[in-house]
Ligand binder design. Structure first.
Ligand code: AMP
Ligand code: MN
Ligand code: MN
Ligand code: MN
Length: 285
């Protein structure tokens, strides 16, 4: 009933530190049998990961984590089982990247005012490709001795109200879901307990998400506590969403949770791989 699966992870294509191949190899070592790569706003790692997974005999689910602005706040929507070559999706991703580049310059200007030396060059040193993330700025700030670790950097510099914060202007919820569905994927609300919103707002988000055809709710997340996982699973059940699980693994040095080290989907919830859409588009296990 419960798959040894991990349906949320990041590679060097976005803000992770392992290449897609290294990530799949690590997942395999940790006993993961069904694995999704879900880089932020990028599909470039999916082909490499699929090849690595095929060699090792693990089932690979091509995914993405889209940045969304809803009600003036940032939310993340995971797409599972997407076609990486879908033209409309890729056009949407280009716009998100343009915003990332522009936001990067603004963040850099703000950090330079705080006395940080060459922030843009510094952050880009940690970025591998098209995606410039706050995580890359965070790594540079740690390198420069501005904080002891990534978590502390975010708290001091990169979140709302702090000197390096720039508000997001990401995709609308409607666009994000239409890109995912157009590319043949299933949409999942990522790490729902992480958002700093009231219970009412979260319910509104879920209601709109469902109205747009959204199916999944990542109650089991490497960034949730056990209490949050139980609470989110109950919330997902109330809205008749299918429950997903993923570590949100970024790097071996900075572990919230190891690849695949996740609790089972609670017995009263419906795992996303039991949905008809999953069976049709991703396959039955
Ligand atoms: P961005 O999409 O560039 O705004 O960056 C968001 C990413 O930053 C997330 O996917 C996380 O990997 C990371 N992040 C956000 N908040 C924190 C935090 N408080 N501590 C550590 N990493 C964080
Ligand atoms: Mn990230
Ligand atoms: Mn996220
Ligand atoms: Mn993530």
């Amino acid at each position: 009933m419960n798959l040894r699966c991990d349906l949320h992870s990041h590679s060097t294509v976005s803000d992770g530190t392992l290449s897609p191949t290294e990530l799949v190899e690590r997942a395999h070592e940790k006993g993961v049998e069904v694995f999704a790569l879900t880089d932020h706003d990028a599909t470039e790692g999916l082909k490499e990961a699929a090849i690595a997974a095929q060699k090792l005999g693990i089932k690979f689910v091509p995914g993405i984590e889209l940045s969304v602005t809803w009600s003036h706040q940032t939310f993340h929507i995971v797409g599972l089982g997407i076609n990486p070559d879908d033209a409309v999706l890729n056009k949407g991703l280009m716009a998100l990247r343009e915003f990332r580049a522009q936001r990067g310059e603004e963040i850099a200007q703000k950090l330079a005012k705080k006395g940080l030396d060459k922030p843009l060059e510094g952050a880009k040193k940690y970025a591998n490709g098209e995606i410039l993330s706050r995580t890359h700025f965070a790594r540079y700030l740690v390198e420069q001795g501005k904080a002891k670790d990534i978590r502390q950097v975010f708290k001091r510099y990169l979140v709302k109200g702090k000197p390096g914060y720039v508000a997001g202007k990401w995709a609308s919820l409607e666009d994000a879901l239409s890109w995912i569905h157009g590319a043949g994927g299933l949409a999942v609300i990522a790490h729902p307990a992480r958002y700093k919103v009231s219970a009412t707002r979260l319910r509104q988000l879920i209601t709109e998400f469902k109205a747009l055809g959204g199916l999944g709710f990542e109650a089991i997340s490497g960034s949730h506590s056990a209490e949050e996982e139980d609470r989110m699973a109950r919330l997902g059940n109330q809205f008749e969403l299918y429950i997903s699980k993923g570590s949100d693994f970024h790097s071996p040095e900075n572990i919230y949770r190891e690849l695949g080290y996740l609790q089972d989907i609670p017995s009263g919830s419906k795992p996303i791989w039991h949905s008809e859409a999953w069976k049709e588009r991703i396959g039955a296990f």
